[in-house]
Design a protein around this ligand. Sequence first.
Ligand SMILES: C[C@@](CO)(OP(=O)(O)O)[C@H](O)COP(=O)(O)OP(=O)(O)OC[C@H]1O[C@@H](n2ccc(N)nc2=O)[C@H](O)[C@@H]1O
Ligand SMILES: Nc1ncnc2c1ncn2[C@@H]1O[C@H](COP(=O)(O)OP(=O)(O)O)[C@@H](O)[C@H]1O
Length: 285
Amino acid sequence: MNTPFELSLIAPAKLNLFLHINGRRDDGYHELETLFTFLNYGDELHFTLTNDKNISISGDTHGIALTDNLIYKAALLLQTQCKVNLGAKINLTKRLPMGGGVGGGSSDAASTLLALNTLWNTALTLDELADLGLNLGADVPVFIKGKSAIAHGIGEQLEYVKLPQKWYCVVFPNQHVSTAQIFTHPDLKRDTPKLLGDWQQQVLTNDCEPLVKKLCPEVEKTLQWLLKYAPSKMTGTGSCCFVEFASQVQAQDVLANLPHTWQGFIASSVNTSPAHTELAAIIDK
Ligand SMILES: C[C@@](CO)(OP(=O)(O)O)[C@H](O)COP(=O)(O)OP(=O)(O)OC[C@H]1O[C@@H](n2ccc(N)nc2=O)[C@H](O)[C@@H]1O
Ligand SMILES: Nc1ncnc2c1ncn2[C@@H]1O[C@H](COP(=O)(O)OP(=O)(O)O)[C@@H](O)[C@H]1O
């Protein structure tokens, strides 16, 4: 492969198909068991190489200051770690709701590390990139590794699983939920025992859901509304809720009836992150 001068990469959404909290560590982080699937829907990032060390972001930055943006933090981390003398112009098309539990910020950070590792020719392995990404967020490693998985630890120890392809209708009830607020709340359930035996034979829930429903009535309403179509669940620490179907038309039908106060999208799940599929196609050229 000739090192490209520019490239585009999706930053896909994730869903937590279940999320158990097993305990709290001394540093405040929580021990989790959670099943991650990737969706073929997400933000779009375009990277152009520059010969100075400047890192800039244009597009849908939604008022996030440059130095707070996880895209910038990821780029700076790789640049510093690998002593890179190049820079990048990065354009963001934001499709994923922020604070929605679909991992947009973490996915943007992961796709930035994956793309710049190629453009800057830093040649870190996925393990090295995942270790680096963990400094930016507990969810970043799963996006770097790019395979559906049950995550253990704080979300960084990954047990890969193959999941059947499904269609999802994901609804954002127009309320942002802060992950930190949920994880510091005294009422959060933190004592679910670790999974024993075959997880596919068990009833699996999201331990954050009861608390978020209490704090955020719109999430409760969304889950209730979705129940008309299929069993509804919340992803991560919310606020997005989803229903699962075997076919696209069923998911499309829910979206078509969505109340105007909420936003939604449909997408199919994939066992390999679409960022990895896109990157492999670029590298193979
Ligand atoms: C809960 C999950 C489930 O996938 O997703 P989201 O709902 O945020 O998308 C993630 O673990 C979120 O990962 P991420 O958003 O990268 O978390 P971080 O930036 O590292 O941490 C945000 C906040 O959550 C807390 N946190 C995060 C992960 C974890 N296992 N235990 C925690 O207590 C941290 O202490 C911090 O206050
Ligand atoms: N590129 C980015 N995209 C989204 N959020 C970002 C980004 N950079 C920083 N953030 C911050 O991270 C917070 C959590 O974002 P996000 O990952 O979308 O939520 P969640 O973890 O609930 O899926 C946002 O509220 C925002 O302040």
